[in-house]
Design a protein around this ligand. Structure first.
Ligand code: FAD
Length: 402
């Protein structure tokens, strides 16, 4: 068995597997280490969450050869409707107005995760499932990684280690990277409904006194619900009868899609912001949720994570072409520098949206309503907001120089 790699990727989630695929033809010798089994990943209840993918994310997935295999499982977002319950302010963003095919796409996380895992397997990339990182030490020439594979211990070395092991990242902890945590005291309740009226490919984001509610268009008349509530309220809704839940949901959302029917189990995700204070340490870098776990209110988590992947892959491919060290300090510092601004912007934006739209203090409510109404009448500001929502505010790395 091989013990030295150019690159060890910890975590076969969305970020880890996308990075492995982005580098599959780079000539780098890669292994992906994943704590769960293939089956556990497929059966995880978390796979029921829907992801709103920005157009920029879909562009990257196309470059990676991922999108064609899942496009028919996705639903285009042609309009975004943002409103505030009990207040007049609202705004609409439309693909037609912006002259684009779609503002983004909605897909069940499980469909994308399963497809990525299949592609990584087909690419022949080495993977260790049911293998957990338990220790690591970054030296001058290599990083040493201790793994636990069921009852067995295993040691590997690599030029570079990428921690893509999610919000509770062990890699982040082992590297002693401090983190900022903001507890929002909120839980996202996730489910799927079927509506009486067609959604016409509209994603609804509705801000209510109890927290934001999103309905994202899915196949037919289905819509994925992401409903943020305070912990106790969410717990009560998780335990309530179907009729009670639907009555509360209709009261928050209204009847713009007619009567709603529940068509999937409910899942609960406690929400907090976790941000690593640094992205790099020695010969290791953390990406995706390991570096930034966001509130899902603005649907930015993976959309931000895939830009980490695209940037890092682009730099590693170029480094490989120069026959240079993939774990070189300059490369990693440069990566962190290039990603910092995007992280600051999206984390700041998401945090402000949570704060402003969870606040019913009258002056704040009045300001956000004026903001939404103004936005609806300012085409330039709307274009800017739309380009941000689409993940196209900044050009993406090309990833085509392999
Ligand atoms: C309710 C909800 C709705 C969301 N909606 C959106 C949306 O609309 N749009 C969007 O862009 N994002 C959304 N997100 C965010 C998105 O789901 C995450 O950003 C994304 O899944 C993070 O991917 P990741 O690969 O970084 O981490 P993860 O998906 O957490 O993957 C980490 C992997 O690492 C493995 N692992 C953990 N520890 C170890 C270890 N010690 N050793 C080895 N392996 C390990 C785990 O088993 C896991 O497979 C949403 C999130 C939630 C909760």
């Amino acid at each position: 068995m091989q013990h030295h790699y150019d690159l060890i990727i910890v975590g076969a989630g969305l970020a880890g597997n996308c990075l492995a695929l982005a580098l599959k033809d780079s000539g780098l010798n890669i292994v992906v280490v994943e704590a769960a089994s293939h089956r556990q990943l497929h059966e995880s209840p978390a796979g029921d969450r829907a992801l709103a993918l920005a157009a920029g994310t879909v562009q990257v997935l196309q470059m990676l050869g991922v999108w064609d295999g899942v496009a028919d499982k996705s639903t285009a977002i042609k309009n975004i409707h943002i409103s505030d319950r009990g207040h007049f302010g609202k705004t609409r963003l439309s693909a037609t107005e912006q002259g684009v095919e779609a503002l983004g796409y909605v897909i069940a996380a499980r469909d994308l995760e399963d497809h990525l895992a299949d592609l990584v397997e087909q690419a022949g990339i080495s993977r260790f499932y049911e293998t957990r990182v338990v220790g690591l030490m970054s030296g001058n020439d290599a990083v040493n990684v201790s793994l636990k594979q069921q009852q067995q211990s295993l040691n590997l070395t690599a030029q570079l280690l990428v921690g893509a092991d999610g919000g509770q990242s062990t890699v982040r902890k082992l590297l002693d990277i401090p983190q900022e945590v903001i507890e929002y005291g909120q839980t996202a309740l996730v489910t799927t409904v079927e509506s009486m009226l067609p959604h016409q490919n509209t994603a609804y984001e509705r801000f209510t006194e109890q927290g934001p509610l999103a309905l994202l268009p899915m196949a037919g008349k289905r819509a994925a619900v992401v409903w943020t509530r305070e912990h106790e309220q969410a717990e009560a809704l998780m335990a309530s009868g179907e009729a009670e839940l639907l009555a509360e949901l209709q009261a928050c959302f209204g009847y713009r899609l007619g009567a709603l029917k529940l068509v999937a189990p409910r899942r609960a995700f406690p929400l907090n912001l976790i941000r690593a204070e640094r992205m790099i340490s020695g010969r290791a870098v953390i990406i995706g949720n390991a570096a930034h776990q966001l509130h899902p209110v603005a649907g930015q988590g993976f959309n931000l994570g895939i830009r980490d992947v695209a940037q890092l892959a682009d730099m590693l491919i170029k480094q490989r072409q120069l026959h240079s060290d993939p774990g070189a300090e300059e490369l990693l510092s440069d990566y962190a520098r290039q990603r910092r601004q995007d992280h600051d912007k999206i984390i700041g934006f998401t945090n402000h949206v949570v704060r402003i739209f969870s606040n019913d203090w009258l002056p704040v409510a009045a300001l956000r309503n004026t903001g939404l109404t103004l936005l609806d009448h300012l085409p330039f500001a709307k274009t800017l907001l739309t380009r941000h929502a689409m993940g196209l505010a900044k050009p993406l790395p090309k990833l085509d120089k392999q």
